[in-house]
Design a binder for this molecule. Sequence first.
Ligand SMILES: NC(=O)C1=CN([C@@H]2O[C@H](COP(=O)(O)OP(=O)(O)OC[C@H]3O[C@@H](n4cnc5c(N)ncnc54)[C@H](OP(=O)(O)O)[C@@H]3O)[C@@H](O)[C@H]2O)C=CC1
Ligand SMILES: O=C(O)C1=N[C@H](C(=O)O)C[C@H](O)C1
Length: 277
Amino acid sequence: MSQAVASMGLIVVGAAGRMGQSLIRTIDEIDGVHLAGAIERTGSDALGRDAGVLAGLGPNGVTVTDDALPVFAQADGVLDFTAPAASLEFADLAAQARIVHVIGTTGMSESDEPRLKAASRHARIVKSGNMSLGVNLMSVLVRDAARALAAADWDIEVLEMHHRHKVDAPSGTALLLGEAAAEGRGIDLATHSVRVRDGHTGAREEGSIGFATLRGGSVVGEHTVMLATEGETIELSHKATDRSIFARGAVRAALWAWPQKPGYYSMLDVLGLAGRD
Ligand SMILES: NC(=O)C1=CN([C@@H]2O[C@H](COP(=O)(O)OP(=O)(O)OC[C@H]3O[C@@H](n4cnc5c(N)ncnc54)[C@H](OP(=O)(O)O)[C@@H]3O)[C@@H](O)[C@H]2O)C=CC1
Ligand SMILES: O=C(O)C1=N[C@H](C(=O)O)C[C@H](O)C1
């Protein structure tokens, strides 16, 4: 006798955005999930539109709304690629509704962490600066390379390029990769990073981790970590050519988190890459 398998109802917040539309299309393609709501900010032109049509699919009967509370109360999870202030509010709502909250929003600050941690006492939060399998695997490789190469001899630099619309820098992924390098080195990234260079900077500070940012055109996301010493350089690179890699990662994170206890998780937990030494 066949048994019905429950489908996870997912809300997309920021439904009209680049990632929001990709998420709506991805939910439509994946078995075991369905679109339970589509939220946009008050004043958005997308309010009242059919979410499927907005994302380039046929009509799906889900109307974009700015009234999040009743939608959260009826769903199992929320996929959130919006803006820092919005993600904090959605975390509070996800905690209230005791659902899964997948946060891809970047540009959040250290001072936002206590509020997210508090929300994760009731919500199952998965947060990552990059939801792709490739970048998360690369972060493990970066950590291991940084661990293997002595700080005094090998300099670490993180280079990223994104489309012209991106509003935060360095990218969430660049910071995630910088954190992985710092972990490998056994140092604190905040006190060892050089995020901008301009003018007469003096020679490179030994043991620091440098960041460089490029913006232009429609580049989805490109990241390179360079480990450079006298006479040789190692480069670890990832190129995203389609936003669906992030959307598929987000849905995978939601399905993984659904049966978990409330808590604060990362994509490394989802992919089984956490704590691999
Ligand atoms: N972790 C990952 O793997 C990835 C993370 N990102 C991150 O996701 C975020 C979004 O990126 P992207 O889709 O390109 O950006 P967009 O600007 O295209 O989309 C963001 C959407 O969120 C909406 N929004 C803002 N505030 C609210 C609110 N309070 N309630 C509901 N909706 C709101 C915006 O509306 P409006 O434009 O009207 O303000 C917009 O439609 C960025 O932080 C980006 O860095 C992106 C790709 C992958
Ligand atoms: O804004 C984007 O587009 C992206 N943002 C994320 C980041 O800040 O790293 C992930 C991806 O690179 C695309």
